[in-house]
Write a protein that binds this ligand. Structure first.
Ligand SMILES: *[C@@H]1O[C@H](CO)[C@@H](O)[C@H](O)[C@H]1NC(C)=O
Ligand SMILES: *[C@@H]1O[C@H](CO)[C@@H](O)[C@H](O)[C@H]1NC(C)=O
Ligand SMILES: *[C@@H]1O[C@H](CO)[C@@H](O)[C@H](O)[C@H]1NC(C)=O
Ligand SMILES: *[C@@H]1O[C@H](CO)[C@@H](O)[C@H](O)[C@H]1NC(C)=O
Ligand SMILES: *[C@@H]1O[C@H](CO)[C@@H](O)[C@H](O)[C@H]1NC(C)=O
Ligand SMILES: *[C@@H]1O[C@H](CO)[C@@H](O)[C@H](O)[C@H]1NC(C)=O
Ligand SMILES: *[C@@H]1O[C@H](CO)[C@@H](O)[C@H](O)[C@H]1NC(C)=O
Ligand SMILES: *[C@@H]1O[C@H](CO)[C@@H](O)[C@H](O)[C@H]1NC(C)=O
Length: 835
């Protein structure tokens, strides 16, 4: 939660003072009201322990005629009463009495004439025989119990304006009934005021303060924590607890042992405050007060605006990246109500030009829609991608929480985003990342090109496409298909008119060019674009084109969709798909070109492998892991590559890896954890056992391939190598054997001798072995792998806290199992070398 806190100090001397001030007569007054007894003004009950008192009081001293209310107040605190609970909020009397009904099920306040002013309500008309007295407990709770001890009624369940430790703000899942903390109308009038605080009945996931029926302030959305420590001042920690059980959602708080009395209160003027008793000053100190800053009041920053409390000294409304104030004049004058608008409209749904902007450390906006079901983060993202009206999503894992139903919390937004706040990373348990749908600037294959380079880029790419189309036309002739070059379009259609100077689209990319434009251009550029003339920007020199086998039974539409989806995957460790063409049975993918070709060409080449020293290899392993993580989890889709291997890891000029060849990638739909296929595709040696045997693939099959790749990179030995594995059936078996014997160092590629860091290499081998485990469930997910590699390689002891790998399956590794239909999808053509 957002905060403002005042440090407080509490000395031993102060404690002594307070204990001397405690009324000595507490215990003798009794804490019970039995059937037949009457509580009258001036004779309060005091809890056993002396902390609280129950009695009649007047909020305005000396008022006449006296308007008396039944209330509970801190007995241990000197000075004016601090009342935490009021019974007859709207029905004061000058001479009231409190009594317990004969069956001890109901408390009744009567006036001097015996008229009932108030009864404790909400009680199932259970009876208690023999009757039991009402008891004021030492936490300030007035309780009626049945004979067997169950609570029939308690004041804690009917709060007024104060929330104290032990109380619960709750909401029943089935009935949608709960309780709220409701302000006094004014300091002298306990009648219900307009401000109230409770769980949001439309979502159960947040606490809301209302002004009447309008939302006035909002807590962060529950991220699944069970207990969180929010406010700390000297001697006082405040722990907020959330319990979600089958019956209800409830929120309560406690303070550290021995802390001074602490309470939340909803004031009549519309503030939610956390107060702690300062024994030195003999006064209540405000630890926090909400709304804490002007822009944190509900919806202050308008649609799409957010209140940034991380900027000091003055928190302010802001617009997310890619947005601007709807009215610049209002905004600069401090009127934020109109909010923000997109600088550029979202591209048409499915065009592939949108993406998600992560906004970290946020209290996410209101008016979300909860997506039910046990979703993974990827499935959550996919549910937003799948809906054209979805503008944002946020995901939280509730696995470690008390939640009884779904183990995840997936929120999507379909309307304007209101009441977002950037609360800062220090509020770890409540801050989260909001993924906002935005138009993505087309990523270029290189750094921002100069304007002249852009102008040149069009013809260069066009030239490449000319060759592509020549190839393509040739192919069609051979197949006696109609020749219809115009049908071959860039995946993302017709946005060439959007190429403007001065914005991101100057990072030109293929999908911005219509095929027709290119055909038109080729006449003019047929000679000019021939690479080698010099003077062109080097980024755009070369494009690789891949032709997929025509016996692939994917439909053209299906293929195009998939290509469009893949075109959305943009990550520095993935080769960029620049575009695609479909025409009849022909399918072309146009990829970014990388000069160094596949990792296999260097790693397994005795002459060249020394280029790959250890830091480079570790960088490749990490890069591939990050690319794979992106495919699996961080992109908006769950993409399973299915054919990860050394030859599909391309190296750029700096030997940084990029995963290529999504020709066999599968995109899992919502709610799909794994999929089944009759056609096992992939490459011998890299295929996970469950996939080759049962045809079941999941992200864990990629993890397996990754493990194999890691072992190859560390050893410099091909998984399918006929030699170099000594007497073992496979590289994996060999690696496992040496690792188990504590001799894993012997696995290292001899060419690494000089550059190697044994700790890092051992960690990589360990990770590799974890990834190639037979049981897919035991293999780590890529996020764990990335985190182990990123953090672990910096620490010599990292391997100690990793789980031990289990013995990998030897069978299936060498591929005597499934019938493999695979790499005949050939990389074709068109590598045009630069000057
Ligand atoms: C209590 O009040 C005293 C006097 O105003 C102040 O010096 C002290 O810091 C306060 N302590 C806390 C814990 O707020
Ligand atoms: C409660 O019991 C007393 C005596 O046993 C009786 O006089 C009184 O009428 C009863 N009150 C009610 C409300 O039944
Ligand atoms: C206790 O008594 C209440 C009502 O008097 C009843 O609903 C409940 O089932 C009882 N519980 C047990 C454990 O006997
Ligand atoms: C609460 O709502 C009332 C009525 O809508 C309004 O007059 C008042 O200003 C609001 N209070 C605050 C603090 O916003
Ligand atoms: C979610 O998954 C957990 C275990 O994975 C299961 O216990 C729970 O019933 C599931 N909830 C729903 C709503 O499917
Ligand atoms: C682009 O295509 C859309 C339909 O896909 C069409 O509405 C629009 O007019 C086209 N724009 C241009 C500039 O051709
Ligand atoms: C070359 O381009 C110009 C416009 O830049 C166009 O008018 C002309 O027709 C083109 N020439 C050919 C041969 O296509
Ligand atoms: C590495 O550890 C630090 C702190 O322990 C953490 O903040 C960071 O997120 C970790 N990095 C990864 C990639 O897990």
């Amino acid at each position: 939660m957002e905060s403002s806190s005042r440090p407080a100090t509490c000395t031993v001397a102060a404690l002594l003072v307070v204990s001397l001030l405690l009324p000595r007569s507490c215990a003798s007054d009794g804490d019970e009201l039995a059937v037949g007894e009457r509580l009258t003004p001036g004779q309060p009950l005091v809890s056993d322990g002396g902390a609280f008192a129950l009695g009649f009081f007047s909020p305005v001293d000396g008022a006449a005629p006296a308007r008396l209310y039944l209330g509970i107040w801190y007995n241990s605190i000197p000075g004016p009463r601090t009342v935490i609970w009021v019974a007859n909020r709207e029905a004061p009397a000058s001479n009231p009495t409190l009594a317990l009904s004969n069956d001890s099920s109901t408390l009744v306040i009567s006036d001097a004439d015996g008229r009932a002013l108030w009864t404790s309500s909400g009680v199932p008309s259970g009876t208690s025989t023999p009757p039991r007295p009402a008891v004021l407990e030492n936490d300030g709770n007035l309780v009626l119990r049945s004979r067997n001890g169950t609570v029939l009624w308690e004041s804690f369940d009917h709060p007024t304006d104060t929330f104290v430790p032990g109380m619960k703000v709750r909401l029943n899942h089935r009935t949608r009934q709960g309780n709220r903390i409701v302000s006094w109308r004014s300091p002298g009038d306990p009648a219900p005021g307009s401000f109230s605080y409770g769980l949001d009945p439309s979502t159960y996931l947040q606490l809301v303060m209302w002004n009447g029926t309008r939302r006035y302030w909002r807590s962060p959305v529950w991220t699944g924590y069970t207990v969180t420590s929010n406010y700390v001042s000297a001697g006082t920690n405040v722990y907020t607890a959330v319990v979600d059980d089958e019956e209800q959602m409830s929120v309560s708080f406690t303070v550290s042992d021995g802390a001074a009395p602490t309470r939340y209160v909803v004031t009549g003027s519309g503030r939610f405050q956390l107060l702690s008793w300062n024994r030195t000053a003999s006064a209540w100190a405000t630890l926090a007060s909400w709304p804490s800053v002007a822009c944190s009041a509900y919806g202050s920053c308008g649609a799409y605006g957010y209140c940034d409390v991380t900027v000091s000294p003055a928190p302010a409304c802001r617009c997310p990246d890619g947005f601007e104030p709807a009215s610049a004049a209002d905004w600069s004058a401090g009127r934020f109500g109109q909010g923000c608008r997109r600088k550029e409209a979202l591209p048409p749904c499915g065009s592939g030009e949108d993406g998600f902007l992560p906004m970290r450390s946020m209290r996410v906006p209101d008016k979300f829609v909860v997506q039910g079901g046990n979703r993974s983060a990827e499935e959550c993202a996919a549910s937003c991608v799948a809906s054209c009206s979805c503008v944002a999503y946020a995901y939280a894992n509730l696995q470690s929480s008390s939640a009884k139903g779904d183990v995840s919390r997936c929120l999507v937004w379909v309307g304007d985003l209101v009441d977002a706040m950037m609360i800062g990373a220090q509020w770890r348990s409540t801050a989260e990342t909001l993924y906002l749908r935005v138009r993505v600037a087309p990523a270029s294959t290189g750094k921002r090109a100069s304007k002249s380079a852009v102008k040149i880029a069009v013809p260069v790419i066009a030239g490449v496409l000319l060759l592509t189309s020549i190839f393509f036309v040739w192919f069609f002739r051979e197949n006696r298909e109609p020749e219809e070059a115009n049908a071959c379009k860039a995946a993302s259609a017709n946005t060439s008119t959007k190429i403007r100077e001065g914005d991101h689209t100057e990072d030109l990319e293929f999908p911005l060019i219509q095929f027709a434009d290119i055909v038109a251009a080729t006449g003019n550029f047929s000679k000019t674009f021939m690479i080698g003339r010099g003077g062109f920007g080097k980024v755009y020199k070369v494009v690789a084109v891949k032709r997929l086998s025509k016996d692939s039974n994917q439909g053209a539409e299906e293929f195009k969709n998939e290509a469009i989806l893949i075109a959305k995957l943009q990550h520095r460790n993935l080769v960029r798909l620049l575009g695609c063409c479909t025409e009849g049975a022909e399918k072309l993918l146009i990829y970014e070109y990388l000069p160094n070709k596949g990792l296999d060409a260097i790693l397994f080449d005795t002459e060249r492998k020394s280029v790959l020293n250890w830091p480079t290899r570790l960088g490749i392993i990490k890069g591939v892991a990050r690319g794979l993580l992106y495919l699996h989890q961080d992109s908006r889709l769950t993409v399973i590559h299915r054919d990860l291997k050394a030859s599909n890891v391309l190296l750029d000029a700096e030997l940084k890896p990029k995963i290529a060849d999504f020709g066999m990638a599968k995109i899992l739909c919502d709610d799909q954890v794994n999929a089944n296929t009759r056609r096992v595709v992939g490459t011998y040696g890299y295929i996970a056992p469950e996939y080759s045997v049962e045809g079941v693939f999941s992200v864990k099959s990629d993890v397996y391939s990754f493990g194999v790749l890691v072992l190859e990179i560390v050893t410099g030995v091909r998984i399918t190598s006929p030699d170099g594995i000594k007497d073992f059936p496979s590289l994996i078996a060999y690696a496992w054997h040496l690792w188990r014997e504590g001799k894993a160092v012997e696995l290292l590629d001899p060419s690494l001798a000089k550059s190697c860091s044994p700790d890092e290499a051992l960690l990589c081998i360990h990770v590799g072995l974890l990834c190639v485990q037979d049981d897919a469930n035991r293999r780590p997910i890529m996020s764990s792998v990335v985190s182990i590699l990123e953090n672990g390689s910096a620490s010599a002891t990292a391997s100690l806290w990793l789980p031990m790998p289990t013995q990998p399956a030897y069978l299936g590794v060498m591929g005597e199992t499934a019938e493999l239909e695979n790499t005949r999808n050939t990389i074709a053509m068109t590598v045009i070398q630069g000057r």
